[in-house]
Design a protein around this ligand. Structure first.
Ligand code: DX5
Ligand code: ZN
Length: 220
């Protein structure tokens, strides 16, 4: 599986988002991770589709949009129109997952489902063959800068094993507390897409931080 690094702009300077996104492109990122929070599904509010739309012309990197919102069904079309290349919604959001996945894929956009730490990996099995990616949260969604939950590697292993059993090359993304150290057990367990907010944006050189993450994952 190809290793992909998806820095989260949640840790960036919100007063200069266009520049921040361009710095990721220059730094060799594969995707841009955009965290959308509604103050309802999670206790924090970030940004919405108009911001995604405004950022779209600033970079050619694919936009990896992580919806931490209630009622994703209502808002998915807005994010697709705004230029998302991949839309990820939470299975715990109370939506009809099959309907949301169909909505995303019919628009020609990649579909992903995210799992909170307390949700078992099996929850995604009924939808696995229709998904481009599964996101395994390695912190409770809502905030950047939290500590990695090492226990989540078992969930990654379980989902990777199920994909292999079915002959699927589904991407598995991990999100939360990823560094050049915590990325190693995730990659070993079968994850191949890595979100990193604080690790990339707190680094002196973002390009170097992205390269370090990639090296650690490839070597794992
Ligand atoms: C948390 C978000 C993450 C967050 C990761 O709810 O989904 O994408 O930005 O930030 P770090 O890498 O700092 O844990
Ligand atoms: Zn995220």
């Amino acid at each position: 599986m190809d290793v992909k690094i998806s820095p989260s702009i949640l840790a960036s300077d919100f007063s200069a988002l266009g520049k921040e996104v361009r710095s990721l492109e220059k730094g060799g990122a594969d995707l841009v991770h955009i965290d959308v929070m509604d103050g309802h599904f999670v206790p924090n509010i970030t940004l919405g589709a108009p911001v995604v739309k405004a950022l779209r012309p600033r970079a050619s990197l694919p936009f990896d949009v992580h919806l931490m919102i209630s009622d994703p069904e209502t808002y998915i079309p807005d994010f697709i129109k705004a230029g998302a290349d991949l839309v990820c919604f939470h299975i715990e959001s109370g939506c009809d997952p099959a309907k949301c996945i169909a909505m995303i894929r019919e628009a020609g956009v990649k579909a992903a489902v995210a799992l909170k730490p307390g949700t078992p990996g099996e929850a995604v099995f009924p939808y696995l063959s229709d998904l481009d990616m599964v996101l395994v949260m390695t912190v409770e969604p809502g905030f950047g800068g939290q500590s990695f939950m090492a226990g989540m590697t078992e969930k990654i292993r379980l989902i990777r094993a199920e994909c292999e059993k079915r002959g699927l090359d589904t991407d598995i993304e991990v999100d939360g507390g990823i560094t050049d150290e915590t990325i190693v057990p995730c990659a070993k367990a079968g994850a191949n897409v890595f979100v990193a907010g604080s690790y990339v944006f707190r680094a002196k050189d973002r390009g170097e931080a992205i390269a370090r993450l990639r090296e650690a994952a490839v070597r794992a």
